[in-house]
Unconditional design. Structure first.
Length: 74
């Protein structure tokens, strides 16, 4: 199996009862530890501190298509 180059995307996600959900891309990091360190730096900032569970880190493979099925307008 070939080596896959990956990065970690740190998002802040908040579901809202009224209106649209919030999805903020905080940053792209080389390692999961780097993404978690960013979370630690930001978790006490206004807004973020009210929703500490909103931080999510996702591993992302570089050089691969992520959206391959097309889309439909609703």
């Amino acid at each position: 199996m070939a080596f896959m180059d990956t990065v970690w995307l740190l998002w802040f996600e908040q579901e809202r009862e009224e209106g649209e959900d919030t999805g903020l891309l905080i940053g792209v990091y080389r390692t999961e530890d780097d993404a978690n360190a960013a979370k630690e730096r930001l978790k006490d900032q206004p807004g973020f501190s009210e929703y500490p569970e909103g931080f999510k880190a996702y591993e992302y493979v570089l050089g691969r298509d992520s959206w391959t099925k097309g889309f439909a307008r609703v």
